[in-house]
Write a protein that binds this ligand. Structure first.
Ligand code: GLA
Length: 354
């Protein structure tokens, strides 16, 4: 049915979680799991979106008004409303969505969906939006659709991905520095088999705790705090120590030092577990098992409270390490993990041949 196709990747964050909403640093990778949307214009001003051949469709006005239902239609409505507020002409289109990003895994399936929807909507109306403006608009759409006060990391990673590179994001300056991933290492992911729990309310609670800590210190954000200022506040301490780890990890990547990078991932996991308290026993177990089976480093990735761990391993063994950790985890817990290696890919765009 389609005239054109767009794609937007999910992401895995190598280090730097719960820092983006405090103007901090993070180091995500856009991955070879993505949302693709085939679309073609409609003349009646409606936006009609179907997903993966499933029955039913979301049918909205081009500015997002109408009844979105209570599933992913809310995201479509938010994307259209945010773009309308930025001046997208009210042009309708049909869209057919498919995705290889696991949902609820902490791999930014929703950011990939938002960015892909926005690219289709923009292309249909010949509306020009891209780069960081697109990422900021889709962060607003995510907040509007879910009510979760997320930061901008996920949308920035989906938009700015670079094949073979991690992305050093400065969430205050909104700059992106691609840092090459050394050929000697590879990244893999193991899903714990448990969806993220309590994520929305706990995420908002961590964000408010950080804002309160910054306010007590008279700072705009914890990005500006020094380690001694936050020594007795675990939540703030996580943000400050995590920002330092991101900068050290980017430096380790530049040197091609996988061991140093792996040690920083482990430190990050401990800080997320003990200081910020966003881990779970299952994620802790997976990190331990990844290390026992030969990873250089491993940590929970994304918001926490379930979802995935990310691991770094010598290039030729990453997939095997992830599989071995997953098998042992299944034997110990009876849960159904999912393990796969990921490649760093380019950010969202129009698919060739469209
Ligand atoms: C979620 C949010 C991001 C970020 C991470 C934690 O993925 O959408 O903005 O805060 O959690 O690092």
């Amino acid at each position: 049915m389609t005239d054109a196709r767009v794609r937007a990747p999910g992401r895995v964050n190598l280090v730097g979680d719960h820092t983006d909403y405090q103007d901090g640093y993070c180091l995500p990778v856009a991955i070879d799991r993505e949302v693709t949307i085939g679309w073609r214009p409609r003349r009646d001003g409606r936006v009609v979106v179907r997903s993966g051949g499933l029955p039913g469709a979301v049918d909205l006005a081009a500015d997002g008004s109408g009844d979105p239902g209570d599933g992913w239609g809310r995201t479509v409505a938010a994307v259209l409303a945010v773009l309308a507020a930025r001046g997208r002409p009210p042009v309708g289109f049909d869209a057919d969505v498919s995705s290889t990003v696991p949902v609820g895994a902490g791999l930014s399936s929703s950011a990939a969906f938002e960015v892909a929807c926005a690219l289709a909507a923009a292309a249909a109306a010949h509306f020009d939006i891209g780069g960081t403006d697109l990422a900021l608009a889709m962060q607003e759409a995510e907040q509007r659709a879910t009510g979760v006060p997320c930061g901008v990391m996920d949308q920035m990673a989906s938009v700015h991905g670079r094949a073979g590179h991690a992305l050093l994001l400065d969430c205050r300056a909104l700059t992106v520095e691609p840092v090459p991933l050394p050929a000697s290492v590879a990244v893999a992911v193991v899903h714990s088999g448990l969806p993220r729990r309590l994520e929305h309310s706990e995420y908002a609670a961590r964000r408010s705790a950080c804002e309160a800590a910054a306010a007590r210190l008279g700072l705009a954000a914890l990005r500006d705090a020094t380690p001694d200022l936050v020594a007795s506040d675990p939540v703030a301490r996580h943000v400050v120590s995590e920002n330092a780890r991101v900068l050290a990890a980017a430096e380790a990547l530049r040197r091609g030092d996988g061991d140093a990078f792996g040690a920083l991932m482990l430190d990050s996991h401990r800080s997320l577990r003990d200081d910020l308290r966003v881990s779970t026993p299952e994620l802790d177990l997976l990190v331990d098992l990844a290390m026992e089976h030969g990873a250089l480093g491993a940590r929970l990735t994304g918001a926490g409270f379930g979802g995935c761990v990310v691991l770094l391993a010598p290039h030729d063994s990453a997939a095997a390490v992830a599989r071995a950790a997953a098998e042992r985890y299944h034997a110990l817990t009876g849960l159904e993990p999912m393990a796969f290696a990921v490649r760093a890919v380019d950010g969202a765009g129009v698919l060739q041949g469209s």
